[in-house]
Design a protein around this ligand. Structure first.
Ligand SMILES: NC(=O)c1ccc[n+]([C@@H]2O[C@H](COP(=O)([O-])OP(=O)(O)OC[C@H]3O[C@@H](n4cnc5c(N)ncnc54)[C@H](O)[C@@H]3O)[C@@H](O)[C@H]2O)c1
Ligand SMILES: N[C@H](CO)Cc1c[nH]c[nH+]1
Ligand SMILES: [Zn+2]
Length: 437
């Protein structure tokens, strides 16, 4: 059965509205889910360990005498690593090494040393950068497990210098994913608890007798996890609210159509709500990609998920030219953007909004998901207009440094006092004036 994938032409009347319909995705703000998450959080805040245990039994069908019994020790993590096949262990290690190398470079290049400068009168001003003390990493474990997400969340935290990384991962029916545990060992995760959902977010945010309170919670999860993260923001920091995966391919029509069809599948297979779009100026090429989609689909183990995703949220779009493709790509602000063209840099220079850009025919998005090095936790749902990939900077914070010299206090004191009187704040003004000679 062939896929009824939407075909759009930017020259057609109503094109923008049709494209908007494909893009439309409201991060689940389902009231019932939000209410459920709020109830779970309040209960965990009030009853701590006991509440977490009860919800873990209810939702994951895991019974334990204590929350401490749901902690996986470092020996077990190492045993999981040792138990992997040689080739899988080597692949995990190679991915971790590349992700670490990239984030170490990022730490060096992104102003992690802070700065300090001195003015003529001796006043010094600057910024100090410090890592967060303790972070929580949510690793999804409901429908599928993502060992690569363990690496992508934990490694930048460790590179930033976070002292304690606490990972939570649900294990429905008590089934543990060995590759997830092995990834935790390689990434240097400090503690692992087999809990999930809003109760895990609550435990990390408020702390319980067994689980210490963290400073920030990162990592993707389902709608309950997302609702809980939204609600605990302020008590702790959060990274972002990740929506379903997205891929946008801009192609000039000369890449093998089988490659592009499979690239579209690669995100569609994540989730029925995932979004996969091709922009191309060549109608004949689009027809070839469509034929390839239909040719390759039946061999895919997750063909039903791919079919639904491509039917509901996929599109093959004929554009006027590559300039228009770039303009539309900026409007879509996709999580992943493949620029599969000759001279990809020429078009990349025109892109302002994308979570990650994959340049050239050999840069398939799947390489970025696992092992290229940059982070695969990226802004979705058009939030690349104002946010960035997860990085070392998410695990650091900055403090301003102000060391005013006696001479500096004379100049600044007069300015501050004048403005403080203007705001009607007497104590502020006097505090500055008392230091004037
Ligand atoms: N953007 C990314 O990088 C990325 C990576 C991996 C996964 N994801 C996404 O993360 C999500 C993972 O979802 P998942 O469900 O597989 O795993 P999950 O770990 O996020 O959720 C499982 C937990 O949900 C809770 N839960 C389930 N039903 C509930 C109910 N009725 N009431 C209250 N709580 C309930 C349970 O506590 C359970 O432990 C998917 O949407 C996937 O697409 C995104
Ligand atoms: N593409 C996902 C983020 O959008 C990350 C991932 C994990 N495993 C495979 N892919
Ligand atoms: Zn992926």
């Amino acid at each position: 059965m062939s896929i009824a994938i939407r075909k759009l032409d930017s020259a057609d009347a109503g094109f923008r509205d049709k494209l908007s319909a494909v893009l439309a995705f409201e991060a689940s703000e389902d009231e019932a889910i939000d209410r459920a998450a709020a109830g779970i959080l309040a209960d965990v805040k009030a009853r701590g360990d006991a509440a977490v245990l009860e919800y873990t039994q209810r939702f994951d069908r895991v019974q334990a005498a204590s929350l401490a019994a749901l902690e996986i020790g470092k020996d077990a993590l190492q045993a999981a690593l040792a138990g992997l096949s040689e080739t899988r262990r080597a692949a995990l290690q190679a991915a971790a090494d590349r992700v670490r190398a990239y984030h170490e470079r990022q730490k060096k290049e992104c102003g992690s040393d802070g700065f300090l400068y001195r003015e003529a009168d001796g006043t010094e001003l600057g910024q100090k950068v410090t890592p967060l003390d303790r972070v929580g990493i949510y690793v999804p474990g409901g429908k599928a497990a993502y060992p690569s997400s363990v690496l992508m969340n934990a490694i930048p935290a460790k590179v930033a210098g976070v002292q304690e990384v606490i990972m939570v991962v649900p294990t429905p029916d008590g089934v543990k994913n060995e590759l997830v545990l092995a990834a935790a060992a390689i990434a240097g995760v400090d503690r692992v608890f087999t809990i999930g959902g809003a109760q895990a977010v609550g435990a990390l945010a408020y702390g319980t007798a067994t689980i210490p309170q963290v400073d920030k919670i990162v990592g993707p999860g389902n709608a309950y996890v997302a609702a809980a993260k939204r609600r605990v923001f302020g008590v702790v920091g959060i990274d972002m609210i990740a929506g379903p995966s997205e891929i946008l391919v801009v192609c000039d029509g000369s890449t093998d159509p089988d490659w592009i069809a499979m690239d579209l599948f690669s995100q569609a297979e994540h989730d029925e709500l995932a979004q996969s779009i091709l922009l191309c100026p060549d109608a004949g090429y689009i027809a070839k990609v469509e034929a390839s989609i239909n040719k390759q689909l039946d061999a895919m183990p997750r063909k039903d998920v791919i079919r639904t995703s491509l039917t509901d949220r996929g599109a093959l779009v004929k554009v006027r030219d590559m300039e228009e493709a770039c303009e539309i790509a900026n409007m879509i602000a996709a999580e992943h953007l493949e620029i599969s063209t000759e001279d990809p840099q020429r078009w990349a220079d025109r892109i302002r909004h994308a979570g990650a850009m994959f340049l050239g025919r050999f840069s398939s998005e799947s390489l970025g998901d696992y092992c290229a090095g940059p982070n695969h936790v990226l802004p979705t749902s058009r939030t690349a207009r104002f946010s960035s990939p997860l990085g070392v900077y998410d695990f650091q914070k900055r403090s301003s440094l102000i060391r005013v010299s006696e001479a500096g206090a004379q100049t600044l004191g007069k300015i501050a006092a004048e403005l403080a009187y203007g705001e009607g704040l007497q104590a502020h003004a006097r505090s500055a004036e008392l230091r004037l000679k």
